[in-house]
Design a protein around this ligand. Sequence first.
Ligand SMILES: [Zn+2]
Length: 153
Amino acid sequence: MTRRHCLGPSCTVLLPAPRAGGGRPRLYCSERCRSAHRRLAARIDRGLLNRAETADATEEALHRLRSAVYAVAAQARHTAHALDPQTAREPRDRLDGGPAANSTRAVLGLVEAAHTALAAAVEADRTAGSGWSAIGAALGISEDTAARRYQPR
Ligand SMILES: [Zn+2]
């Protein structure tokens, strides 16, 4: 009959051979090894769970980023359309006698959409594990400035 080793982490005790018809074979040499093995298994499960949650969160953040980038594309088309003299609506009324800076107004919405996409990109990188120093380096700003500007509150 084959004898098994205790399942306790790094325990090398060889368990006694199970008796014929003696019910469930022992898996551990001691209560201590039994609880140590359970604790280790629970820790591994938690680790796998954390990794799965991180993967889910990363996928969701990437989805939000893609949506934000598509919103930029839609806003860009909208802006180009608004600036096209063939299709543009009548310019806004002049303010205090001068032109109302309609081109600037038109492009501002595009810039705002791009800022939203950039914030979503930072969030996606953060969720995937990038540190503020890497984010700052990508943006050409300091780690502290990046954290101040993009840290969710
Ligand atoms: Zn043991």
